[in-house]
Ligand binder design. Structure first.
Ligand SMILES: Nc1ncnc2c1ncn2[C@@H]1O[C@H](COP(=O)(O)OP(=O)(O)OP(=O)(O)O)[C@@H](O)[C@H]1O
Ligand SMILES: [K+]
Ligand SMILES: [Mg+2]
Length: 679
């Protein structure tokens, strides 16, 4: 992690602020150290005031070391939060009060009321013209515009946002570069994407994940055991001392110090930093996670469902050809297609109008007598009714079902045209005019760049990729082959997508889903890891637990790596922490108790200078190891593409053995240095 002096200064300052007991109590293990620091300080003060004979350099040093232990733990968390805070500062600059043009309805666009962005409410309509900032989050409901989203994504290339399709979401604080759009506000002031993003990167809304809570309970249990151990030790030494008629050589201060050394303070101090750092690494990948739980789940994901249009492909399907059946003029098909698309405000519908205009100069106006049937992902059709005259266009199988139900003839040739388009990866839309199938519209979409090799990488990581689409099986097969996914499901309805995820989850898989459309929202809400494309609709973004600002279908690779790395780092440092505490037993117990139990001398392999220097060295080592491991907690342990069990075995070996050996060396070294100074 890149750090500068301002970030370090801020972290040092925050380390002291975090000494607030309300903050401390949230981390039980460190709270014990905190209480210990207070207790030893009071013991020292009691000696100083003459109430006891504890006014010693030893007590004072232990007290200070315990305070430093708390500060070091605070520092680990503060420095992990630092990057997010810096990012939040720059995001706040993008969030200012913006003047907005509020309108009553699309029809009365001319009458605008100028209001401040903070006065906008959910459902309000605003007109945003070229050069203006978008005042709040919403969906484009009329028009299309190119938008500079660099304030949020850091990406300078403008993006297109348009009404009707799956690319309608706009974020407050971004700038319209060309054209004008009508936006329907979807969020109350202060609850927008930018606000959420700021809260997220700042860690303000970070909640402990279930895994973190479970680990903390385990650490707390371990700590309670050590409290009992230390109390028992005191009992024994008191008893033995009385037997031998000597004063108990073990003071309360020493017992407290011993307790802190034995408690799992290393992982206790670094736990929250590890989580925040994972979140922050994700931010660097331009992914915004709404929960820490999602990042952890990402580490174990083994199935990825992707929707096709807008996720694997660019999502702006364009009409490129009108293919009439025999006996129908191409112009006739183009005209019917135009009429059926007059009110079809999807990118597909608009592109039909565009193509008819280019090829045949066909331009028609909406008529009050026309009744339009809007496109839906359920019916897969759209159209127009005009008295007894009607036109439908839609997915081949949907139109075919409609035709059969109404006993209309289905020209054989239609199937051939449909198949030809579908095999090329295009989307065929069949056009039906009254009792007559006129032909097929060829919609073309382009696969996003560089996805093939990335899907190959996912396979190596053990993740199965499945494309699910509302499109027909042939188109789906063509695109699936070109993109290189493992499997696909075609003609999926929103319910179908949802059912597929539930099915995999029931079989014990952890499922990730990437999508952009309103028709993906139910599935996204069900998936364990749900990545919404930033280009997608508000509905998809709301339903997901992550947003990919780059809208890349293969971003899951990085997300999974970061998730695995987070889990591995936590595991490794927990192993290290517990091994390192156990080792401290052998380092200090013999030195402490040999005066009363001479038999313990055989265990005294470290030959520390005195029992006091043994305790001081152990407490100092205990504090320093936290600082020493901060970089590892922030960077994460190195991730390699190995099978999970091999990786686990390797980590246990490295961090378990490391945890056992390090304290012996560390404490011995410190003891030698202390001895040099105090003789
Ligand atoms: N404007 C439209 N009018 C009529 N039919 C359409 C229109 N847009 C799409 N279709 C048809 O409906 C089908 C389903 O569309 P839907 O939006 O549910 O899924 P999709 O966009 O094809 O795929 P994905 O689920 O991968 O985004 C399309 O494949 C197409 O055949
Ligand atoms: K410890
Ligand atoms: Mg889609």
């Amino acid at each position: 992690m890149h750090m500068n002096s301002t970030m370090i200064k801020r972290a040092v300052f925050d380390s002291f602020k975090k000494l607030d007991p309300r903050t401390q109590i949230q981390n039980p293990v460190m709270f014990l150290v905190y209480l210990s620091a207070i207790a030893v300080t009071l013991i020292y003060l009691a000696g100083w005031l003459g109430f006891a004979n504890t006014h010693s350099m030893y007590t004072l040093t232990i007290a200070l070391l315990l305070w430093f232990t708390c500060l070091f733990a605070n520092f680990a968390e503060a420095i992990a939060e630092g990057r997010g805070k810096a990012q939040a500062d720059s995001l706040r600059k993008a969030k200012k009060d913006i003047e907005a043009f509020r309108i009553e309805s699309i029809e009365t666009k001319e009458t605008i009321t100028k209001v401040n962005s903070t006065q906008l409410h959910k459902g309000d309509l605003v007109l945003v013209e070229a050069g203006m900032l978008i005042p709040a989050d919403g969906d484009v409901i009329e028009g299309a515009a190119s938008i500079d989203e660099s304030a949020i994504t850091g990406e300078s290339a403008p993006v297109i946002r348009e009404a009707g399709g799956d690319r309608s979401a706009v974020s407050g604080g971004t700038r319209v570069l060309s054209d004008s759009i009508v936006v329907q506000i979807s969020q109350e002031a202060g609850e927008g994407f930018l606000d959420k993003m700021i809260a997220m990167v700042e860690g303000a809304s970070r909640k402990k994940t279930p895994n973190e809570i479970a680990l903390q309970i385990f650490l707390l249990a371990l700590t309670l055991i050590f409290i009992l151990v230390v109390l028992a030790m005191y009992g024994f030494s008191e008893f033995a001392a009385q037997e031998q008629g000597i004063p108990n050589p073990t003071s309360i201060t020493t017992l407290i110090a011993l307790l802190v050394c034995l408690a799992p303070t290393t992982i206790g101090a670094l736990l929250s930093a590890i989580g925040i750092a994972g979140m922050s690494r994700l931010n660097q990948e331009n992914v915004l996670a709404m929960s820490g739980r999602a990042i952890e789940a990402a580490g174990d994901v083994d199935v990825l469902l992707l929707d096709k249009t807008g996720t694997i492909t660019l999502g702006n399907r364009q009409a490129v050809a009108f293919l009439p059946v025999e006996g129908v003029e191409e112009r006739e098909l183009a005209l019917a297609a135009t009429l059926s698309s007059l009110a079809d405000d999807t990118p597909e519908g608009r592109s039909v109008l565009q193509l008819a205009k280019e090829r045949y100069q066909i331009e028609r106006e909406k008529d009050a007598a026309m009744e339009f049937i809007p496109f839906s992902a359920m019916t897969r059709m759209s159209g127009v009714l005009f008295g007894s005259y009607q036109i439908r266009k839609g997915a081949a199988d949907s139109v075919k079902a409609f035709v059969q139900k109404n006993k209309i003839a289905w020209p054989k040739e239609t199937d051939k045209l449909v198949e030809k388009i579908a095999r090329s990866g295009g989307t065929p839309l069949v056009v039906l005019e009254n009792e007559r199938v006129l032909g097929v519209i060829h919609l073309k979409d382009i696969i996003k760049e560089g996805v093939q090799e990335k899907f190959e990488d996912m396979r190596k990581m053990g993740i199965k990729t499945i494309m699910i689409t509302g499109d027909n099986p042939l188109t789906a097969a063509a695109i699936a082959a070109e993109a290189g996914v493992d499997d696909f499901l075609a003609q999926a309805t929103p319910e179908g997508k949802l059912a597929m995820i539930k099915d995999y989850q029931k079989k014990g898989h952890l499922v990730a889903m990437t999508g952009d459309g309103t028709n993906d929202a139910p599935a996204l809400a069900q998936a364990d890891v749900a990545v919404a494309m930033n280009t997608g609709t508000q509905a998809a973004k709301e339903a997901g637990n992550m947003v990919d600002l780059d809208s890349s279908p293969t971003k899951l690779i990085q997300i999974v790596k970061i998730g695995k790395q987070l889990l591995m780092t936590r595991g490794a440092l927990t192993t290290f922490s517990i091994a390192n505490d156990a080792a401290k037993y052998f380092a200090i117990i013999p030195a402490l108790f040999t005066t009363i139990y001479p038999g313990l001398e055989v265990l005294n392999i470290m030959h520390l200078h005195s029992s006091e220097s043994a305790i001081l060295s152990a407490v100092l080592f205990n504090a320093l190891i936290i600082v020493a491991l901060i970089p590892l907690a922030l960077k994460g342990v190195k991730y390699r593409e190995l099978p999970a069990n091999k990786l686990l075995a390797q980590n246990l070996l490295v961090y378990g053995l490391g945890g056992i050996i390090t304290p012996f060396i560390g404490i011995k070294l410190i003891d030698m240095i202390i001895t040099l100074f105090i003789g």
